[in-house]
Write a new protein. Structure first.
Length: 117
């Protein structure tokens, strides 16, 4: 089992910044990638950014140049630095962890990000 705990959400004005954290605990040895998803009301949960255990990172086009995913292997924590936030970034952000030898995909409880214009 893997437990994921997100933190760092909040309310900011457009143009502001937030840094999300996702701390993993438990059987973290099985994890080979961690991702951030977001879900706005009435919409599907969509991938935002991903990072592998080897440090390869991916960001979706709408957040490229504004968001940066990074990881601290020793702390078993993944971060999402979000700059130049826009109202359309408003959503609940979820952390996901998975790996070939994990029992399943693991999800955190989510953290709300609200950006006002």
């Amino acid at each position: 089992q893997v437990q994921l705990v997100e933190s760092g959400g909040g309310s900011v004005q457009a143009g502001g910044s937030l840094r999300l954290s996702c701390a993993a605990s438990g059987n973290t040895a099985c994890i080979t990638a961690m991702e951030w998803y977001r879900q706005a009301p009435g919409r599907e949960r969509d991938l935002v950014a991903a990072i592998t255990s080897t440090g390869n990172a991916y960001h979706i086009d709408p957040v490229k140049g504004r968001f940066t995913i990074s990881g601290d292997h020793a702390k078993k924590t993944v971060y999402l630095q979000m700059d130049s936030l826009k109202p359309e970034d408003t959503a609940k952000y979820y952390c996901n962890a998975h790996g070939h030898t994990c029992d399943t995909d693991y999800w955190g409880q989510g953290t709300q990000v609200t950006v006002s214009s």
